[in-house]
Design a protein around this ligand. Structure first.
Ligand code: PEP
Ligand code: MG
Length: 885
């Protein structure tokens, strides 16, 4: 084996780190004896070295020369030969697929001499000159940053001079003139001639592909997809085959199953007399793969048999790119294919039924993110107007938004938008990310728009050919719509509606709600089967953050086995504000006790309802956390009211008293101020009232024959002494409520000091629950209310973090505190129950972390409970798997 260059006959599909996905899979297919054009892969290691030093690593070029020699021998052709030249494609190929984000240069090896040879060999001079002009354009743009527009201008001028509308109508002589004009453009922009030395062409092309790893759009895509920025790309150099040599040639993209629904059977698009990028760019409309059976039955049968072998080899849905050159089939690429979330669930269970994979492996083939997408709503078609048109349903979902025609407009929009384009290209990525959905008038399910949208889980309708897009308006069905007009697009049916169509809940949500049976529905049956297996496998339990009986009931329907966080503060809002005001303004112990006594029965009722809904399951009730002044009117509002009254010479009355209290309690940093346990220790009787209400509610449930399992959780503890003080009072209250069941007392770990002193805190806590919202805030020193809007966008763009640490747990920092607290806590109290109730409890990547950290449960909002259940199961069964990124 060589150092930086691997022949296709040397590698295999497991070498993705080194050869990139495309290179590893080309090697695998070559090893299987499939018709892959000869070639070699320059490794990602070479790319990393090049990007580090800015020069080609020592020895690389001679290795390339050596492998080129082998290719020439195998092909019986010579690179750059004036009579019968070998031409090369030079393509990027990273470990994870990044569709269209990096560079490809085709037809490397053409120059003023070999162009004639190519023309003679094929008996088609026009084709040779067209290839040459494509090379100069692609090479100029990619290697030397010549603006694409400079070439386009020449091409448009040539069409105008010839009096034709399309490039296809240009004659050989006219294309020759285009080549000369392109060479001049190249010279003017680069200060040098277009390289005639074909080896120089190849080396420069390899360097350009390396550099394209760091193209802005590629970096943005990686941030979106959470692909590490330091992997580098491999470069695949392959003998060119041509799909544009007439009607017995063509090119296509195919899937071994339908990537939209998972339906069994080959599926794809074919374009006659065309090169690969014509299909992917969606520039011309394709025919379905089935039609190839009529066009070229021999190649069609061969293709189907290859696809079957590929599925068996990869044990998963594969997508492929192929070319037919004069009736000969060539495989240009394969990989485990991207698919919609619905298809992922359906295919995973199909493969189990077919005996290809185990249920454990099937769980790895789906993800919490995909399940979350399936829980999005869809259109209520009964309430929809007749559609304006129907396009190709390319990526499912229901998207409503105002029309924008440009990526920049989408990125700048403040409300929801639909990006409407003839077709998209990789430069549209920021606009696609910013849009609710994408609508194009050209291209099939394998067009750029479709592939990228599916990858992002965005709704997409493409190939809506009836749309006439003209600058900043679109005409369809006799109506002209402008930028800003609202439309609705249905990525499941391809329908495009005027206006905002009402949306309805997803069938998966209705299934979780118990409104739909999984029987007879392939998607729901797949979801049911995989969820059952996940629950069966999971070590982590999933609880819900629920403050009301209604929320808790839904969480239970969605599979929660407890309430991990009941925030009691909502119970102080609404009509009850007045009671809280009385408590705050109380001048005497008697007044304060009166206010607390009025709150007690209200709290008792709330807790009673919650315990009834969650009968038999743990319900962790957190004592009040936010600063009390949050329950009073805002300072500005009160100041204005009092000032107005005073200006009118009136007595501000109650407002004056309130204002004084608000001023007294005003804090510069309320998030770091008098809240949580601190409030409980400073305002006598407040925690005691809550503890009494919990105990009385539980006692009443027991008396009614229920099985209440409340737990009391103390927020914002930073020192064991705080907890000891609260605990002592709580225990004496609990002991005084006859008939109450045993009630555990624990704490949240949300102050870094609590994590660090967890060994002390565990002496007074029967359980820990990580409040990772506050723990993240306090570990980073980020105000959770301010920073996300203020500068997280910039931090994400700079790659300082790949995802907001408020969404996905910061493993290195906050995660370390979690490990410390778990270790120190359990060292003191071996039976310590540990959970998490911050937002991270429902985030798929974070759930995996909490599993690994040895937590007992995660708690998240009811809607995310199924996602967390699935991820909890996946975390246990994680061993093998197929990563289709
Ligand atoms: C937390 O801090 O993670 C938490 C769950 O509490 P809250 O969000 O109510 O501060
Ligand atoms: Mg908190």
């Amino acid at each position: 084996m060589t150092g930086y260059v691997y022949d296709f006959i040397e590698g295999n599909k497991d070498l993705k780190d080194l050869l990139g996905g495309k290179g590893a899979n080309l090697a695998e297919m070559t090893g299987m004896g499939l018709p892959v054009p000869p070639g070699f892969t320059v490794t990602t290691e070479a790319c990393r070295e090049y990007l580090r030093t800015g020069t080609m690593p020592a020895g690389l070029l001679s290795e390339v020369e050596h492998h080129l020699q082998l290719m020439q021998t195998r092909m019986g052709k010579t690179f750059g030969d004036a009579h019968d030249p070998l031409l090369l494609s030079v393509r990027s190929g990273a470990k994870f697929s990044m569709p269209g984000m990096m560079e490809t240069i085709l037809d490397v090896g053409l120059n003023d001499a070999s162009v004639a040879g190519l023309g003679r060999q094929n008996g088609d001079e026009r084709f040779a000159w067209d290839s040459y002009r494509r090379l100069i354009q692609m090479f100029g743009r990619t290697v030397f940053d010549v603006p694409g527009g400079a070439f386009e201008t020449e091409l448009a001028a040539a069409r105008a001079t010839a009096g034709v509308a399309t490039d296809a109508e240009l004659s050989t002589a006219q294309l020759q003139d285009v080549v000369y004009a392109y060479q001049k453009v190249f010279q003017e922009h680069t200060g040098r001639d277009f390289p005639q030395a074909v080896h120089e062409q190849l080396f420069l092309a390899i360097g350009a592909v390396f550099r394209s790893w760091n193209a802005e759009r590629a970096m943005l895509y990686r941030r979106q997809e959470r692909i590490p920025q330091d992997l580098g790309t491999a470069v695949n150099v392959m003998a060119m085959v041509f799909g544009n040599r007439g009607e017995s040639s063509g090119t296509g993209v195919a899937f071994t199953r339908d990537p939209a629904t998972g339906r069994r059977g080959a599926y794809g698009d074919y374009l006659r007399n065309a090169q690969g990028e014509d299909v992917v760019a969606g520039i011309r409309n394709t025919v379905s793969l089935g039609e190839l059976a009529t066009i070229d039955p021999v190649s069609y049968r061969q293709l189907l048999s290859i696809m079957q072998r590929l599925e068996q080899r990869y044990r998963d849905l594969c997508d492929i790119e192929f070319t037919i050159e004069n009736g000969k089939l060539w495989m240009l690429q394969t990989r485990v294919g991207k698919r919609t979330p619905a298809a992922a669930f359906v295919i995973a269970t199909q493969l189990v039924d077919e005996g290809t994979i185990s249920l454990d492996e099937a769980l790895q083939r789906v993800s919490g993110e995909q399940l979350a997408q399936l829980m999005f709503p869809s259109f209520d078609t009964d309430a929809a107007p007749p559609p304006l048109t129907v396009g190709v349903p390319a990526s499912p979902g229901a998207a409503v938004g105002a029309i924008v025609f440009a990526s920049a407009a989408a990125a700048a929009a403040t409300g929801p938008v639909i990006l409407v384009r003839r077709e998209t290209n990789p430069d549209d990525l920021p606009g696609m990310i910013a849009s609710q959905g994408i609508l194009t008038s050209r291209g099939g399910k394998t067009s750029h728009a479709a592939v990228v949208a599916r990858g992002m889980g965005k709704t997409c309708v493409c190939g809506a050919e009836e749309l006439r897009i003209d600058g900043d308006s679109v005409t369809v069905a006799g109506r002209t719509l402008h930028a800003g007009d609202v439309i609705s697009i249905d990525g499941t049916t391809g329908k495009v509606y005027p206006g905002a169509v009402p949306v309805r809940p997803s069938p998966v949500v209705r299934y979780f709600e118990g409104e739909l049976s999984a029987h007879g529905d392939p998607l729901l049956a797949a979801v049911e089967r995989l969820m059952t297996h996940a629950d069966h496998s999971a070590r982590l339990a999933v609880h819900a953050n629920a403050d009301t009986a209604a929320d808790a009931a839904r969480a239970r329907r969605f599979g929660a086995t407890g309430v991990g966080l009941c925030r009691t503060e909502h119970m102080f809002l609404g009509d009850r504000r007045q009671l809280v005001e009385r408590l705050i303004l109380a001048d005497s112990e008697a007044e304060r006790d009166e206010a607390l006594a009025a709150l007690l029965p209200l709290q008792r009722n709330d807790f009673g309802d919650l315990l009834a809904v969650m009968d038999g399951l743990p319900v962790t009730i957190r004592l009040i956390d936010p600063p009390l002044h949050e329950f009073l009117p805002p300072l500005e509002e009160l100041t204005a009211r009092v000032a107005r009254a005073e200006a009118l010479g009136e007595d501000p009355g109650h407002d004056g008293t309130l204002l004084a209290a608000v001023r007294r309690m005003h804090e510069q940093n309320p998030m770091l101020g008098l809240r949580g346990v601190r409030l409980g220790l400073v305002v006598p009787g407040l925690f005691a009232m809550q503890v009494r209400a919990i105990a009385q509610a539980a006692a009443a449930r027991v008396a009614d024959g229920g099985d209440p399992r409340p737990e009391i959780m103390v927020p914002l503890v930073g020192a064991v002494q705080e907890l000891e003080t609260v605990r002592a009072e709580a225990e004496s209250i609990l002991a005084g409520v006859p008939g109450a069941p045993p009630i555990r007392i624990g704490t949240m770990i949300e102050v870094p000091r609590a994590a660090l002193t967890a060994g002390q805190i565990a002496t007074a806590a029967e359980f820990f629950s990580f409040g990772t919202n506050d723990l993240t805030q306090m570990t980073w020193g980020f105000s959770r209310d301010d920073v996300e809007g203020a500068f997280f966008g910039r931090y994400l763009a700079l790659g300082i973090f790949a995802a907001s640490p408020f969404e996905t747990i910061d493993v290195d920092g906050v995660g370390e505190l979690v490990h410390i607290a778990v270790d120190r806590g359990r060292a003191v109290r071996s039976g310590l129950t540990v959970g998490v109730c911050g937002e991270h409890g429902g985030d798929p990547a974070s759930v995996r972390f909490f599993h690994d950290a040895g937590l007992d449960y995660v708690s998240c909002s009811p809607f995310r409970v199924p996602v967390a259940r699935l991820e909890a199961g996946r975390a246990t069964t994680r061993a093998t798997g197929s990563d289709s990124r």
